[in-house]
Design a protein around this ligand. Sequence first.
Ligand code: PEP
Ligand code: MN
Length: 339
Amino acid sequence: MIVVMKPGASEEDIQHVVQLVQEYGLKENVIRGTDRTVIAAIGDKRSVDKGAIENAPMVEKVMPILAPYKMASTEVKKERSQIKIGPKQFPVGGRKIAMIAGPCAVENEDQIFRIAEAVRQAGGIGLRGGAYKPRTSPYSFQGLQEEGLKLLAEARKRTDLAIVTEVISVETVDQVCEYTDVLQIGARNMQHYALLEAVGKADKPVLLKRGLSSTLDEWLLAAEYIINAGNPNVILCERGIRTYEDYVRNTLPLAAVPALQARTHLPVLVDPSHGTGHAYLVPPMCRAAIAAGADGLIVECHNDPEHALSDGAQSITPQALLTLMGKLKRIAEAIGKEA
Ligand code: PEP
Ligand code: MN
């Protein structure tokens, strides 16, 4: 349930409610808005006397949270969340469109440094690149692992870009945290609940991709696992879903962007690379995603897509990224944003 405080409630009034919530055996989460504070009380509320809380000083009302996901819901927090990433604390969410780009996988020093420089020059804020790759086949390139993480950290030093890289196991969360700025949870692991709880205990923002055949509710409940474990900094990423269509690798449902924004305050990114599987479809779908209101994009970009060790077919070149950014600026402007 949500306890909405009256505007002007003091810290003492807020702490009083927090104490009541704790006495009822619920977990409190205090969300401070610009004009009022709300306290989300999460847990088994059968034994709670709602009236008693409603009577506390400076409480305006007590309401149930109807969505199955609680902390991720717009019912609990109306203002859109902004999450800061990387050494420069670039914002994800808000007026400025966040562009994160880079190869599917880190392959070698020359490759990642070249691409990092191109992403920086194009105006990106983040460098993506897998060091641990969750491949469909056990015979495919599995990533450079810790060596790849070290190269990413070096690329950050050179460019100040925020590093976004995937973590695929509970055992490697601490290691990946040492090198990265954002922990990516891949589509295949969206319902790996032990992993969600592990990144929920980490002190890095999490980029949570949508599962290949997950509904929005399942996805938001996966985000809820992370938030409930203690990490409120979750960024959602639509990366396409499985359908019968075969002209694309996945079908990219852009209606998910406004639909999510109606349900959650978390920032929403779109990944048109995995969302289509074809480089020629990436720029138009990036443009469409921004027009639909996405907070940013994550795009696969490779200096030599034809020889990429993974996902070359869906990787755009640095030149294409630069051209794309120019077009995104105009679209962003048309909808009151900035790219
Ligand atoms: C990736 O980002 O390289 C990746 C494996 O994505 P997804 O989990 O969306 O398939
Ligand atoms: Mn990929």
